[in-house]
Write a protein of this length. Structure first.
Length: 98
């Protein structure tokens, strides 16, 4: 989904904030932001989560949404949720920006 520049900046700031927090907690973090290794594509449409974090055999997929993308990106969210449900020790979370 295409976001306005202001909403994309808010999205990217939140992704960076979460990625830094997870790194500080000892997670190995991949992120769909410059300066990070990119997460692996998921599903038939090769969708890339905003964050993929691993630690001691556990894996987190995190997708950051803006209020307007929350409803419009349901297919992508469904892909990540289904993938996480099929993999051991994998969770999927959605974070919504202000």
């Amino acid at each position: 989904m295409r976001r306005s520049p202001a909403k994309q900046n808010a999205h990217d700031r939140r992704v960076e904030q979460i990625a830094r927090k997870l790194k500080g907690e000892g997670w190995n973090v991949k992120s769909d932001l410059p300066g990070y290794e990119k997460p692996s594509p998921i599903g038939q449409d090769s969708r890339i989560p905003d964050i993929e974090a691993t630690k001691r055999g556990h894996r987190k997929l995190i997708e950051v949404e803006t209020p307007d993308s929350l409803e419009k990106d349901k297919a992508q969210q469904s892909t990540f949720r289904r993938h996480a449900g099929q993999k051991p020790n994998t969770t999927f979370d959605i974070e919504v920006t202000d």
